[in-house]
Design a protein around this ligand. Structure first.
Ligand code: IDP
Length: 159
């Protein structure tokens, strides 16, 4: 049987987005949320937090051995962040495409319309985070938003 396009099941996907301290501090929250909503994502959860050192170390554990790790921890605890769950079809890849490459200076050249191009500053201070795979998205969303993780979140001052 034919189905009208309105009835075609779409498989929605969720990803974790973070507006990092440079983005919040630079007053980019509203323009980034506008970009998100204008790109057919819905924002299903959102909170503003001041992250602490242990939470950032745990969130970025895969980078613990990297030379930039201590700088990353310092940066991510330097001010409040806005953490959101974004939902749409193909949300994980589409949000990564929308934010552009890790290095904001490269983004300005190769992806001038990307979020990191318009609000990022450099390789470290790149304004936004996006989950890089379905496994990361599942881990990162539960890290911040599942009830069982409230022990971690409750260590912060929710703003
Ligand atoms: P991604 O955020 O684009 O997925 P990752 O390689 O997972 O990039 O790195 C996590 C974060 O660590 C980056 O977004 C950036 O803020 C920071 N970072 C990555 N590589 C470097 C580096 O070489 N120097 C300084 N900071 C870095």
């Amino acid at each position: 049987p034919l189905r009208s396009s309105a009835n075609v099941d779409t498989i929605k996907e969720k990803t974790l987005a973070i507006i990092k301290p440079d983005g919040v501090n630079g007053n980019y929250v509203d323009v980034i949320k506008k970009t998100i909503l204008g790109s057919s994502f819905s924002i299903t959860q959102e909170m503003q937090l001041q992250l602490n050192v242990n939470t950032v170390k745990s969130f970025y554990a895969e980078h613990a051995s990297k030379s930039f790790f201590s700088g990353l921890v310092q940066y991510m605890t330097s001010g409040p962040v806005v953490i959101m769950v974004l939902e749409k079809e193909n949300a994980i890849a589409d949000w990564r495409a929308l934010i552009g490459p890790t290095d904001a200076n490269i983004a300005k050249v190769t992806h001038p319309k990307s979020v990191r191009a318009f609000c990022g500053l450099d390789l470290q201070r790149n304004c936004v985070h996006g989950s890089d795979s379905p496994q990361s998205a599942a881990r990162e969303i539960s890290f911040f938003f599942e009830k069982s993780s409230s022990a971690i979140v409750s260590q912060h001052d929710e703003l």
